[in-house]
Design a protein around this ligand. Structure first.
Ligand code: CP
Ligand code: NVA
Length: 312
């Protein structure tokens, strides 16, 4: 079986991603039914976290345990990575011992270096440029609500230059839905980022125009991990891009709200929208668990989605 990594959504084909979302929904159902399924017995996932995490850590560790495997939490503080051992040497060593690696890091290039030296699949648990695991959960949530995203209108409001905005742009291109990014000019996507979305993505500097008629409104923190020094400046520039009642009024009736979390009520989203009836943020968070189980199954070459490999 060919070694596959998941560094961005584009590492999987459209057919594989669609099948993965269906599989995630099936695994969620199996868990709800209390069905025992332990295909990962004897397998280990190493999780390297260079940034903080609640959802990513808990969902990967729990997902491995539920499917019979074991997860190992590694931080640079406690490993030789923090004392200057190279990324490639670390990858060579770890990937001779474990069966899969998940990394949360800063530079996306470091992730690529690790993957290039690894003997086992590498998963991006968030880099400065992409957050593909979160998109699996978001797309799964949308699929549960609508069946398909094709032809839907999604608005992403706020920092259009961060990892979440980038992964949403990739998703629009792969899943063929329209994505309007509403960002102030300093936080609009770069030309490179925008190119990954192709004709499906439009950038607007007015949040109301971006949200007009949208079926789904998405936002993310204004200050991502690693940008803490810029928090004051970001708050000032992004203040008109809060997702609140007034902004949501421009969306289609019944439009859903998503946020990858953690959220800052009163900054990028008002409390009434975050905690309101059209917010699906808790389903989104739970779906990290199910979507990543389906992803790991696929990368291990187990289950129905793995059977598609090479077929698309
Ligand atoms: N959404 C997300 O990735 O959350 P954590 O930072 O808590 O893992
Ligand atoms: N854009 C955010 C996402 C957190 C899950 C960050 O990178 O901090």
């Amino acid at each position: 079986m060919k070694l596959r990594h998941f560094l961005s959504l584009a590492d999987l084909s459209q057919a594989e991603l669609k099948a993965l979302l269906d599989r995630a929904i099936a695994l969620k159902h199996m868990q709800r039914q209390g069905e025992r399924y332990m295909p990962f017995t004897g397998r280990t996932l190493a999780m390297i976290f260079e940034k903080s995490s609640t959802r990513t850590r808990v969902s990967f560790e729990t997902g491995m345990a539920q499917l019979g495997g074991h997860a190992l939490f590694l931080s640079p503080r406690d490993t030789q990575l923090g004392r200057g051992e190279s990324i490639e040497d670390t990858a060579r060593v770890i990937s001779r011992m474990v069966d899969m690696v998940m990394i949360r890091t800063f530079s996306h290039d470091n992730l690529k270096l690790f993957a290039a030296a690894s003997r086992v699949p590498v998963i991006n648990g968030l880099s400065d440029d992409h957050h593909p695991c979160q998109l699996l959960a978001d797309l799964m949530t949308a699929t549960e609500h609508w069946g398909t995203l094709e032809g839907r209108r999604v608005a992403y409001v706020g920092d259009g230059a961060n990892n979440m905005a980038h992964s949403w742009m990739e998703a629009a291109h792969i899943f063929n839905f329209s994505l309007r990014i509403g960002s102030p000019a300093p936080y609009a996507p770069s030309a490179d980022m925008l190119a990954t979305g192709g004709e499906y993505v439009t950038v607007l500097h007015d949040p109301v125009s971006a949200v007009e008629g949208a079926d789904l409104v998405v936002t993310d923190v204004w200050t991502s991990m690693g940008q803490e020094q810029e928090a004051g400046q970001r708050r000032a520039i992004l203040q008109d891009f809060q997702v609140n009642h007034t902004l949501m009024a421009a969306a289609a009736p019944g439009a859903l709200f998503m946020h990858c979390l953690p959220a800052h009520r009163g900054e990028e989203v008002s409390a009434d929208i975050m905690d309101g009836p059209l917010s699906v943020v808790w389903e989104e968070a739970e779906n990290r668990l199910h979507a990543q189980k389906a992803l790991m199954e696929f990368l291990f070459g187990i289950g129905p989605v793995a059977a598609l490999q090479g077929a698309s």
